[in-house]
Design a protein around this ligand. Sequence first.
Ligand SMILES: Nc1ncnc2c1ncn2[C@@H]1O[C@H](COP(=O)(O)OP(=O)(O)OP(=O)(O)O)[C@@H](O)[C@H]1O
Length: 619
Amino acid sequence: MFLSVVPVTVGQVLTLLRYALRVAPWSTVLTMSLAVLGSVLGMAVVLLTGRVVGAVPGVINDAPGAMSMTEFSWLLGALLVVFVLESLTPAIHQVATLIMDAALTRAIGTGITEPLLRPRRIAHLEDTEVLDVQERAKGKGGFHLAQGLGNLPWLLASRVTLIGSAVIVGVMFSWPVAAMLVAVTFLLEWYGGRLIEREIDVWWGNTEEQRRANYLFDLGMRDAPKELRVFGLHNWLVERYVREWTAGFRPVWERRRRNVKWSILTGGLHLAANGLAILLAGRAALNGDLPLTQVATTVPAILAIGVSSNGYGVVQVKRGLSAYRAMKGLPGTIAERHPEPRATTKHRVETMPAREVRFENVSFRYPGSDVDVLRDLNLTIRAHEALALVGVNGAGKSTLVKLLGGAYRPTTGRILVDGVDLADIDLTAWQRRIAAIVQDFLRFPLSVTDNVTFGAVERVDDEVGLAKVARESGIDDVVRRLPDGWDTVLDKTFDGGVDLSGGEWQRIALARALFAVHAGAGVLVLDEPAAALDVRAEAELVERYLELTSGVASLIISHRFSVVRNADRICVLADGHIIEDGTHDQLLDKGGTYAAMFRLQAERYVTSSDKAGSEVLDA
Ligand SMILES: Nc1ncnc2c1ncn2[C@@H]1O[C@H](COP(=O)(O)OP(=O)(O)OP(=O)(O)O)[C@@H](O)[C@H]1O
């Protein structure tokens, strides 16, 4: 019962403390110890000052039974030493706090991103409930967990000061006054804590708006700062960001404004209680009931209680605790809403697919959507075969690739790899079998080596393999021109870094996929693999790719028929399923959708007198 009215409950503090001790053991122990030491030294100063003040009249008058000059000098010396030590602790404490803060910030970053990266599927990354929990765990807007944890030493020290000073007041002056001071402090902090809980409720209720504002911030700062400038949109973005941020946080600020009124009122009450205690001590002194030593000890002790309970640390700990709860709840929310398939090691994934990957009556709709993107789709991708998939924008080609990689499960139907349902296969192992270049492939602000070996991280030291894929993908020329060769960082914002053109980046991505294939990947996905290259370069590159990767199952997606026609087999995706299937010549002879699409593109090249394009198409 007692513990539940303490403003930040012992349980809550222990929860945070356990976490801090786990992720930053030494710096946490050091900061906690220094905070408590500072508080103990502060109380020692109060006691020694009281003794010094109380002894002065007797020493000056050389009264009988009074302290000798030597004893008094020792007492003064002790006060000086304790005072110097007390003054030094904050500086050491600050250094320890910085070390603790660095360790905590790193652990919190991992604690938030790791649960999002761990699942092998991706539906949770589009789930607003999961994203809201993640946003709360980040604690933007003053609710950061690191701030809460950083205030733990303060909280511990303030509790030591409160209890210690109350004991001093009780022993030196009056236990009822001491009890009153402790009771008023706890009561007001408890009330302050309730106000903060309401503020946290408001904050949790506006996460989506805050997420939108943060998205705009990231867009301007990280994702598209150059594009926004080039198109003169940065003012628009800033305005929009301020609007969204204000909308997201206005309710929180309003709540805080209301809380401030109460905080001033409760602060006043606290002050009045302290003032009353000092008045009582003063009256007792004037009445001769309280000797000088006791007065000189009691009054600073009462003041110490007032200072130690300003409530700010409690507020920060509470706010940090809300972010901690969100962070701890994140893995559970993801697991509950998006259960992971149980990994089975029964099947030897390392050699799959030996025969084929088959989509059997597959239908799929995205979570939260009521539209089927794929409907009763049947498709077989044979091992060692290059299959091209064509279809208009939004037909579902990239969606099919996501299902193939196990990022989503079919809503109905099955995907069979050599006859085994993908749902029964160890997804991590399966995903490592796939080398893919998707439309928005990753561009790491790291070295060329890292960008290529990312395709098979276990072969990061394979220099011969690197040189081979550099020749095959045509990046050897690019690497030769770079200031630090393979070690050049592919981002101009880093020291010595460079920017590559879109086409050069695509060759890097192709090299990455090729590196993965040479390392043993069994499926190669090329989703618009070289759209940034000109038509002829793309066609030549893909043709070369298919030669180099003839041993694996390849799935090529492209709107360019100069690329598609090189495939062994072509499938047309429309209305959620495969409507045509055959070689380039067979489909042209058939005179269906493929033939119509092909002719349309060929005509466009001819009318726009793109000679190179028409030559490639007609080749
Ligand atoms: N994450 C998603 N959530 C909900 N719907 C989605 C999602 N991704 C794609 N869609 C929808 O699924 C449909 C198929 O999209 P998909 O990207 O697979 O088409 P595509 O054939 O690859 O198109 P494109 O040729 O333009 O790349 C589209 O209507 C799209 O709006």
